[in-house]
Design a protein around this ligand. Structure first.
Ligand code: NAD
Length: 337
């Protein structure tokens, strides 16, 4: 029996979290879920977006499945997602983007993994207005040699473990000569330790264009926090959208699995959300828990339902009357088939 912290999240979070739990249970994996609330749900219940018992739960189970959490834009409380990554030093954000048969996309047979540094640079939360009139604002992005080395090493180790051929470092070292320059220098040092893996680097603006025009040249991408956030959304757009993009946040002592997408307030409470991104994050979690057979079975069923195209949500088929619950039912039926 595994113990996993379950944070259902905000907006569409509770419905896709319920779908994911149903599918994992239908695959026969025994998990004792410790359900806790954070984000807006935490404020409603405990007047705190990140209550201490949530942190205590993850510290104990060391594994969490998390629905998306709403972050107020511009003002209000800081991102709970970022706070959790900092609290548990979840330095590696791994976001695979793999094409699905049955989903129309610009490119076929894409299989790109973005490894994003998850704790440093502009997400470190070192920011302020310089005066009460808010005449200027500063955000300080810190890139360290040790932080760069561990994420770059993670990317190369990931490539080695999963038989990947190439790692591309993405940066803006031509303009950000210190932060970008340090990351690029360290990437060259680490690359030299992995001669069997092809290494190259791209400047972020060129990279964005290359990913749209000719994405097959990329395999594993490793980059700093902000660029990784944006490029992984771009990669998910190449393979069918946010509804299909999972992610994991990995540290030495804890891991949190989540969808790349947010709480989608525009479709919350309407049974419209595609559950697959969180379900596939659940698949990544099961692989970490060594539940490989169940993980493979769920992924196969998700792919089969998407390929058939009849029991998919509206984001995949605009005329579909199928909702979150019905798509979940179809995945469970497919696993039994
Ligand atoms: P979003 O990802 O929530 O939504 C962007 C668009 O994609 C919307 O049109 C939405 O309807 C659609 N979409 C997203 N997930 C979908 C799904 N599963 N099925 C079908 N359509 C889906 O991005 P946003 O609107 O910019 O952000 C909303 C909130 O989510 C913000 O508060 C933001 O801070 C938060 N957020 C949280 C996380 C996280 O928890 N890791 C990540 C990103 C954004």
């Amino acid at each position: 029996m595994h113990e996993v912290t379950l944070i259902p999240g905000d907006g569409i979070g509770p419905s896709i979290a319920e779908a994911t739990v149903r599918i994992i249970e239908a695959a026969g994996v025994k998990i004792q879920w410790e359900k806790v609330e954070a984000g807006m749900a935490g404020i409603d219940k405990y007047k705190d977006p990140l209550p201490k018992h949530v942190i205590d739960s993850i510290a104990r189970t060391r594994v969490a499945l998390k629905g998306p959490l709403t972050t107020p834009v511009g003002s209000g409380f800081r991102s709970v997602n970022v706070a959790l990554r900092k609290e548990f030093d979840l330095y590696a954000n791994v976001r695979p983007a793999h094409t699905f048969e049955g989903v129309s996309s610009q490119h076929e047979d894409l299989d790109i993994v973005t490894v994003r540094e998850n704790t440093e640079e502009f997400y470190a939360g070192i920011e302020h207005y310089i005066d009460p009139q808010r005449s200027a604002a500063e955000t300080i992005g810190i890139v360290t040699r040790s932080g760069s080395a561990r994420i770059l090493r993670y990317a190369y180790e990931y490539a080695r473990k999963y038989g990947r051929k190439k790692v591309t470092t993405v940066h803006k070292a031509n303009i950000l000569k210190y932060t970008g320059g340090l990351f690029l220098d360290v990437s060259r040092e680490i690359a030299s330790e992995y001669p069997e893996i092809e290494s190259n680097d791209r400047i972020i603006d060129n990279m964005a264009m290359q990913m749209v025009m000719n994405p097959h040249q990329f395999d594993v991408i490793v980059t700093t926090n902000l660029f990784g956030d944006i490029l992984s959304d771009l990669a998910s757009g190449l393979v069918g959208g946010l509804g299909l993009a999972p992610g994991s946040n990995i540290g030495y002592n804890a891991s949190i699995f989540e969808a790349v997408h947010g709480s989608a307030p525009d479709i919350a409470g309407k049974n419209l959300a595609n559950p697959c991104a969180l379900v596939l994050a659940g698949v990544m979690m099961l692989r970490q828990l060594n539940e490989t057979a169940a993980a493979d079975r769920i992924e196969k069923a998700v792919r089969a339902v998407i390929k058939a195209g009849t029991s998919v949500t509206r984001d995949l088929n605009p005329t579909s009357p199928v909702g979150t619950i019905e798509m979940t039912d179809a995945i469970i039926r497919e696993m039994g088939a």
